[in-house]
Write a protein that binds this ligand. Structure first.
Ligand code: GDP
Ligand code: ZN
Length: 358
């Protein structure tokens, strides 16, 4: 078999192999989603690229988008009696990026799965905004992917290194690199993250240079521009760009419009890790439930007064905390509603079946 069809090229490893073992015994094939269009998926499998649909059972049992395949997912696929490839199961994810569905208040939508490293791209020029980078970091930590802050357009500023050092202070645990994608300067700093089978995604506002970076990393544009032709069960056709593609030098880039501009849906865990320093100061407060307002022995207020804690950073932390609580309430309400609907559906399906015991 040709080297480029090895599953490892697409990110397959022990983690997925273990999860897949029971399916392999049942004769399933493993595939990785490279593109999704409504219910149709294009997959990389060991036997080549294939187009597949989800089974009715998978859709029926899905409690939300979380249970359905997304770009980057590994799935268990098998051909049915008519020879059509069908996705029966989504394997557990190493990481996932999600956002609120457009128009819906809180329904989660998975925009990318199994990303190993996420490049958080911002410009060093007018776009430069440490607060926004903090927000991106929260999402990245929450996703399970390793963040790398990429400060692009170093050719436009004199103080690239100072700004890089500044960001390093607000990004504990993440690498911070400055480069110029346009000139190709410093781009080699990204290479360690795109080794064979490593999946990278990019996040950042429009215009910061994400496409320019992707084009730099592509050995050639061949993979990306090779369109995928999809036809659904009713024989309708669409042609679309692949959203997960293999680089010539190994490594994969996951590049979807949804991933590029994620809406914020922060969680406690991401917030904690991003603002670890503040949490640490807060742990010194006399009262464990200190709200850092007028309580005596408040370490946070003291740190703000002495300046050892940056007031702006603290304000951003409070704002994120408030947003997070708000989002969490909405998600809880929606989840409760979904669960009710699901239970109703199960009851209805059950009642339709004749009871064999009688
Ligand atoms: P995207 O929207 O994030 O994909 O951004 P693009 O890659 O389309 O880039 C937006 C604009 O910024 C284009 O005009 C690029 O040529 C320019 N650009 C990208 N990288 C750099 C860079 O390193 N330096 C400068 N000066 N311009 C850049
Ligand atoms: Zn306090």
């Amino acid at each position: 078999m040709e080297e480029k069809f090895n599953l490892e090229t697409y990110g397959w490893d022990d983690f997925f192999a273990r999860a897949f073992a029971p399916y392999e015994r049942e004769g399933f094939e493993a595939g990785r989603v490279l593109l999704q269009h409504n219910r149709i998926y294009a997959l990389y499998t060991a036997s080549g690229e294939t187009v597949a649909e989800t089974t009715g059972r998978l859709r029926f049992n899905a409690r939300g988008a979380d249970d359905l395949p997304a770009v980057g997912d590994w799935v268990a696929v098998r051909r049915n009696a008519e020879g059509k490839a069908q996705i029966h199961e989504v394997l557990p994810r190493k990481s996932k990026f999600s956002r609120k569905a457009a128009g819906r208040e809180t329904e989660e939508q998975i925009v990318a799965a199994n990303v190993d490293t996420v490049f958080l791209v911002t410009g060093l020029d007018n776009d430069f905004n440490p607060r926004r980078i903090e927000r991106y970091l929260i999402m990245a930590w929450e996703s399970g992917a390793q963040p790398v802050v990429v400060l692009n357009k170093s050719d436009l500023v004199e103080d690239a290194e100072e700004k890089r050092a500044e960001i390093e202070l607000v990004a504990p645990g993440a690498s911070v690199v400055a480069l110029s994608a346009k000139r190709g300067e410093g781009v080699e700093q990204l290479l360690p993250y795109i080794g064979r089978g490593q999946t990278v995604a990019l996040m950042g506002s429009s215009g910061v240079g994400k496409s320019t970076i992707v084009n730099r990393l592509l050995g050639s544009e061949v993979q990306r521009t090779q369109d995928v032709r999809l036809s659904d069960a009713r024989g309708r056709h669409t042609t679309t760009h692949r959203e997960l593609f293999v680089l010539e030098g190994g490594g994969l880039i996951l590049d979807t419009p949804g991933m590029r501009e994620l809406q914020l849906l922060v969680s406690e865990k991401g917030l904690r890790e991003t603002f670890e320093d503040i949490e640490e100061v807060a742990s010194e407060c006399r009262f464990s439930d200190c709200r850092h307002e007028n309580e005596p022995g408040c370490a946070v207020r003291e740190a703000l007064e002495t300046g050892s804690l940056d007031a702006e950073r603290y304000a951003n932390y409070r704002k994120m905390q408030a947003e997070m609580r708000h989002a969490a309430t909405l998600v809880d309400q929606r989840k409760a509603q979904e669960e009710k609907t699901r239970v109703k559906r199960i009851h209805r399906a059950f009642n339709r079946k004749p009871d064999k015991r009688r």
